[in-house]
Design a binder for this molecule. Structure first.
Ligand code: 5AD
Ligand code: SF4
Length: 430
């Protein structure tokens, strides 16, 4: 979602004639988008602001003014404190206010002082942003934002606000525009994407089915799903819509019912496994991924073993796993039975070892197969390009720029835990 937001901020500043650059020293605006989800992500901000301030000061020495803007959830969680701690920051803007960037930049006046905008405006930012353009062959499209689930460890309901679903016609119009400007794949985004309940369709399944009619849109994906809000219409779209990729990110967080309850997750392990079965019934080859939190307050050895058991049962294609991070303002941060850091580390290592072995097994099982790969970028080595299979496996092949943005058929010849290698056997005609 932050990558999507960053692209929209770039579009908004494009209104004023600004263009994106990789070279910090030539930037009139340095914009840092931030994440508040775990302490590690939040803390990164301050070292990054320090580095940006060096650029700002070097430009100042040359008589050039630079606006340093911080955006994102760290601002929403405490913009004033951010300005106190980071003196170099000129403007701080929360995730629901970045449509106001052109106005904030135009009106900024050093004499009047620094600005924080972190309210939850009545208007939707989407109504004020300029039209999007594709940023490459694979693009993000936010369809839903915010969260009403209030998991006891999570800051998102406080930083992104309550759930908002964009109307279906607006989503379809944006999807068409992305395809017209070069997108072949669209990843539908939402903190709770399968909980979409906007105007003009019954659920996300309907949106996906409507998107399937867009000429030139070859791949549809969506993330992140909340298990108990999954609908049959979404699940069966994996059977009915060829453009919908066989991949589902379905975070379970923990394999213990007691921990799930303490987390305020509204499903049991059994219910989660049933949803997995329903996906596999309509699409046996579907790749399943999840997020996990280890060391949630009160998590016993037996609770953790429950998580390991679930992982063994599901056999994940890929996953993200984290140590519980006590975030300010969340109920879990105040729970008495916090887990020792050493135990968290041990559990995380054991879990990650298991997840990585499953990821490797999933990748190795594709060796010898031919898969369609959407080529996205140049590889690290000369003459190499890389892209993604339907199962979201990063795949490297020999190829040149002409293949970028194309879906090519690749024979998979090698696999590691994190990527595949192969050879193009047939550049698929457009
Ligand atoms: N500590 C650790 N992980 C967290 N996540 C969210 N909040 C926390 C936290 N306080 C993880 C969850 C979520 C993912 C986006 O980040 O696993 O699914
Ligand atoms: Fe956070 Fe996801 Fe829970 Fe919402 S459903 S509170 S975004 S972890």
């Amino acid at each position: 979602m932050n990558m999507y937001d960053s692209a929209r901020m770039r579009d908004a500043l494009g209104f004023l004639g600004y263009q994106e650059t990789d070279r910090k020293e030539e930037a009139d605006i340095l914009l840092l988008n931030t994440c508040h989800i775990r302490e590690k992500a939040s803390e990164k901000l301050f070292s990054e602001v320090g580095r940006m301030n060096e650029v700002k000061q070097a430009r100042k020495a040359k008589g050039l003014d630079t606006l340093l803007i911080v955006a994102g959830c760290v601002v929403q969680a405490g913009g004033e404190e951010l300005l106190r701690r980071a003196h170099a920051v000129d403007i701080a803007v929360g995730p629901q206010n970045y449509h106001r960037l052109p106005e904030l930049v135009t009106k900024f006046n050093r004499k009047k002082g620094r600005v924080v905008v972190a309210d939850f405006p009545a208007e939707s930012k989407f109504d004020f942003l300029p039209e999007t353009r594709a940023t490459g062959a694979s693009c993000f499209l936010a369809v839903q934002e915010g969260c009403d689930h209030f998991c006891s460890y999570c800051v998102v309901p406080y930083t992104r606000g309550c759930e908002y679903s964009r109307p279906a016609d607006e989503i379809l119009a944006e999807a068409r525009r992305l395809v017209e400007t070069g997108a072949k794949e669209i990843m539908l985004l939402g903190q709770n994407v399968n909980g979409w309940h906007g105007e003009g369709a019954r659920d996300l399944g309907d949106i996906i089915r409507m998107m399937a009619d867009i000429q030139g849109l070859e791949r549809i994906r969506y993330t992140t799903s909340y298990p108990s809000e999954m609908t049959d219409n979404i699940i069966t779209a994996h059977r009915d819509v060829p453009q919908l990729m066989p991949y589902i990110h379905l975070p379970i967080q923990s394999g213990s019912d007691a921990v799930l309850k303490a987390m305020n997750r509204q499903y049991t392990v059994r219910e989660y496994l049933d949803i997995v079965d329903r996906f596999r019934a309509v699409r046996p080859d579907i790749a399943i991924s999840s997020d996990f939190i280890v060391g949630f307050p009160g998590e016993t050895d037996a609770d953790f073993e429950g998580t390991m058991d679930v992982v063994r049962q599901v056999q994940y294609a890929s996953s993200f796993s984290f140590k519980f991070s006590a975030r300010p303002g969340t109920p879990a941060s105040l729970m008495k039975n916090q887990i020792d850091e050493r135990i968290k580390t041990e559990r995380l290592m054991r879990l990650q070892e298991l997840l990585l072995s499953q990821q490797k097994a999933f990748n190795v099982a594709t060796v010898g197969k031919t898969l369609d790969v959407l080529m996205i970028e140049k590889g690290r080595e000369k003459g190499q390009i890389s892209g993604y299979t339907p199962y979201l496996q990063n795949t490297h092949v020999e190829g040149d720029k002409s293949n970028l943005g194309q879906i090519v058929t690749v024979r998979i010849t090698g696999a590691t835990a994190t990527s595949l290698s192969g050879e193009i056997i047939n550049p698929k005609a457009d």
